[in-house]
Structures are given as structure tokens and as C-alpha cells.
Design a protein around this ligand. Structure first.
Ligand SMILES: C[S@@+](CC[C@H](N)C(=O)[O-])C[C@H]1O[C@@H](n2cnc3c(N)ncnc32)[C@H](O)[C@@H]1O
Length: 209
């Protein structure tokens, strides 16, 4: 938890309690449903919570923003972002239902009311969103096909609406056709070695019917 406060020192009491509660909740749930790999659970705050919050170093979502988390799994990056931005609406979608049940239970316990989950492939989701976030789901060319038509027309953030994708490694080949893409290095914000190769890939997208 100290790690979260190190980079996000202005959390409210409620947010601190919510972030603190994640450790025992994910540990408990992970014994029943495998939402986080065994190797990672001991490093929940660095590998999952802080990594998810890397997106918040790139953009501070304006109150009222709507954000879709595609392939959220156990709730990353959606749950930590929803705690950090209580006045934004988060829609967490995954094609595997059992993980969403864990997210719902965790959100109920910590009274996180700005999260909605849907069991579906994202291609079948109808809404539009200011931002679409994701981590570890698929390569960008396929991802952009899946989320076609899901970017909101109205822009209410300083950063243009689009995709914010947590990725690592060499992305030259994967991103070569995206001229508007911008990579933010998480090592510019976080000093821990885990972030040395981690990036937030931002792709602004226009509203298309
Ligand atoms: C490797 S996990 C990543 C989970 C989470 N984003 C994280 O980083 O911890 C990929 C997740 O994407 C989901 N997924 C894959 N294709 C999907 C699709 N078309 N629509 C919704 N979810 C999908 C899978 O069910 C799985 O839970």
C-alpha cells in the first residue's frame, strides 16, 4: 500500500481503505477462483494495482468520463482505476464469467459503485466510451477491430478519446501501421525495475458509426 501512496499521495481515506482491502480480498478469492497467477499474487500492488494506475499518469480522467475495460480478467486495469476515479463510470467486460463474479463481490465489499461488469465478448458490446483501456488481451490490429464504433463522439478530456493499452517489450512491428500512436514509458513515472519495459500505448480514435 505504501507503494501506491508513494506515487498517488493525495488519496482520500475511502480510497486508501479500498486499496488496502484489495490484498486480503484478492488473496481470499484467489484460493477459490484463479483470478491472478500464483506467482503474481504476492506482488499484487506492484504488478497489478500500480501497473493499472500507470494509465492515470498519462491522463487524469475528467469527472463523468466513461471507460471500457476490455478483457478485464480479475479487474485490471479497471478496478484500481475505478477506485482512483470515483466520479467516472467503468464498464468491465470479459468473456469468462467466473472472474467477473469475483470482481462483483470485491466491488460490493469495498462499496465501489462506479463499476459495471458484463459477461460478453467485447465485440458484442453496444455502448460508446471516452476511453477504452486494456492489458494483456490481444495485439493492437485485432483490438482495434473489436472496439470499432465504441468511441464516444464528444470529447471531454484534454487527451482525445481513444485507446490506452498497457503493453511491454518491443512493439515496433505490432504498432508500425499506427501513425498517431504514442508510447508513454512507465519508467518515467515509477522507479521500480518491474516498470523498465512497461508502457502505456495511447491511440487517439475518431468516433465512427
Ligand atoms: C491474459 S487475461 C488479462 C486479464 C487482465 N486484463 C489483466 O491484465 O490482468 C485476458 C482476458 O481477456 C479475456 N478476453 C479475451 N478475448 C476477449 C474478448 N473478445 N472479449 C472480452 N474478453 C476477452 C479473457 O477471457 C481473459 O480474461
Amino acid at each position: 500500500m505504501d507503494l501506491i501512496l508513494k506515487y498517488f499521495p493525495n488519496l482520500t481515506e475511502t480510497q486508501i481503505k479500498q486499496f488496502e482491502a484489495l490484498e486480503s480480498l484478492y488473496n481470499d478469492w484467489n484460493t477459490k477462483v484463479n483470478v491472478i497467477s500464483r506467482k503474481d499474487i504476492d506482488e499484487l500492488y506492484i504488478r497489478h494495482v500500480l501497473h493499472s494506475l500507470g494509465i492515470a499518469k498519462v491522463v487524469r480522467f475528467t469527472d463523468g468520463s466513461s471507460i471500457l475495460d476490455v478483457g478485464t480478467g480479475g479487474g485490471f486495469p479497471g478496478v484500481p482505476l475505478a477506485i482512483l476515479f470515483p466520479n467516472c463510470q467503468f464498464h468491465l467486460v470479459d468473456s469468462i464469467n467466473k472472474k467477473l463474479k469475483v470482481i462483483n463481490a470485491i466491488c460490493d465489499t469495498i462499496e465501489l459503485t462506479n463499476v459495471k461488469t458484463t459477461h460478453s465478448r467485447v465485440e458484442a458490446i453496444d455502448g460508446t466510451y471516452d476511453f477504452i483501456v486494456s492489458r494483456a488481451v490481444t495485439a493492437m490490429p485485432e483490438f482495434t477491430k473489436w472496439i470499432k464504433g465504441k468511441i464516444a463522439k464528444k470529447q471531454q478530456n484534454e487527451l482525445k478519446n481513444g485507446i490506452l493499452y498497457l503493453k511491454g517489450g518491443d512493439l515496433t512491428e505490432e504498432l508500425k501501421n499506427y501513425t498517431a500512436v504514442k508510447a508513454y514509458l512507465l519508467s518515467d513515472y515509477f522507479e521500480e525495475a518491474f516498470f523498465d519495459t512497461k508502457k502505456v500505448i495511447y491511440l487517439p480514435l475518431k468516433y465512427k458509426k
